[in-house]
Design a protein around this ligand. Structure first.
Ligand SMILES: [Cu+2]
Length: 358
């Protein structure tokens, strides 16, 4: 594993990326972009990831087994869905897998994952649906799945206390090679999450065992372009301090590959903070304001017309906004250091005549 100090990473990847980005977007001559190195052409926005990371190269998403662009919208309504006594049952197959993930060009993190990806599958359902998670622990450490939501103690996915019966604490930690099925009705509606609750907790969470759990209200929210972002970070040298920050794991993923949205298109962003070791994380969107639904558990915004929100670990909420003017707009943590260490992205607001990539 190649380890980096915060400072090395800052002066390597981040500054190279930002200088190149500035020269492309602002049209200045300040950056030496050179020829794209292995950069995919992502089309109409005209930014090549190879330009941004120039000397640093590119993350091999194929080897990782997931692409951050897909994670944004990869809502999983169940691997097996059926009706039982008038209730929708959504079954999921989760496997804990130890796996090395490239989180920034050339920087590999020895992760523990659900289904080989970070974040794990985005569970999506409607309030009242039956959720059944068939969990197999194929990793070498004991793990659990702890859901935020309302459910019985037995399904809470915490370590067992000696002598306590199953219905008081559940199965405890699922040992390597063992399996367990978590089952509960999804409630309340909102933007939730799940994560491993084995001890030491901060190590198990930070290694990558977490994901989004989105419960829709019985009456659907208005149509929108929906996105999921999990604010996360990685302590690559295990000193208790993060070196790389991101949303959906890959540093600067959405700078390299800006998120396309239409002018006046309503965007609904499910935002979750799972960052370990730092007490808070935050998002700021440029040149627009959003309404915020704290925890997503209400149909009316809990906060209106703001452009920045902060979340402690496991806090989450829904942002709704639209852009009226075409252009490239940054979004990032408003802890500047987090932004410079990877937690930054771009919305490409497409005007009429711009062709969408997809
Ligand atoms: Cu664990």
């Amino acid at each position: 594993m190649k380890s980096v100090s915060r400072r090395n990473f800052l002066f390597g990847s981040a500054s190279a990326g930002l200088i190149a980005l500035g020269s492309r977007i602002l049209g200045s001559d300040g950056g030496t972009t050179g020829p794209a190195q292995g950069g995919d052409d992502y089309g109409s926005h005209g930014i090549h990831s190879g330009d941004l990371f120039g000397a640093m190269g590119e993350v091999d998403h194929e080897r990782n087994g997931f692409h951050p662009r897909d994670i944004l919208t990869d809502f999983n309504y169940g691997d097996n869905v059926y009706e039982d006594n008038g209730q929708t049952v959504r079954e999921y197959n989760f496997v804990a897998i130890d796996k090395e993930i490239e989180i920034a060009p050339g920087i590999f993190f020895p992760a523990w994952t659900y289904n080989g990806r970070i974040p794990g599958p985005t569970i999506r359902c409607t309030e009242g649906d039956r959720i059944r998670i068939n969990f197999v622990n194929a990793g070498v450490h004991p793990h659990t799945i702890h859901f935020h939501g309302i459910h019985s103690a037995a399904m809470d996915g915490v370590p067992a206390m000696p002598g306590m019966p199953f219905d008081m604490v559940g199965p405890g930690m699922i040992q390597s090679g063992d399996s367990f099925t978590y089952e509960f009705d999804a409630r309340p509606f909102g933007c939730h999450l799940y994560h491993c609750h084995s001890i030491p907790l901060k190590r198990h969470i930070h290694k990558g065992l977490y994901g989004a759990f989105i419960v829709d209200p019985p009456e659907e929210r208005p149509p929108a372009k929906e996105l999921m972002m999990m604010m996360n970070a990685f302590d690559t040298n295990f000193d208790g301090d993060n070196e790389v920050y991101a949303v959906n794991s890959i540093a600067f993923a959405y700078v390299n590959d800006p998120i396309q949205i239409g002018v006046d298109e309503l965007v609904r962003l499910y935002l979750i903070n799972i960052t370990e070791f730092d007490p808070i994380n935050s998002i700021h969107i440029h040149a627009e304001f959003f309404d915020y639904y704290d925890h997503g558990t209400t149909l009316e915004p809990t906060l209106r017309t703001v452009d920045t929100i902060m979340q402690t670990q496991a806090q989450r909420g829904i942002l709704e906004f639209s852009y009226g003017i075409p252009g490239m707009y940054m979004f990032h943590a408003h802890q500047s250091e987090f932004a410079e260490l990877g937690w930054m992205g771009m919305f490409h607001v497409m005007g009429e005549g711009d062709s969408h990539d997809s």
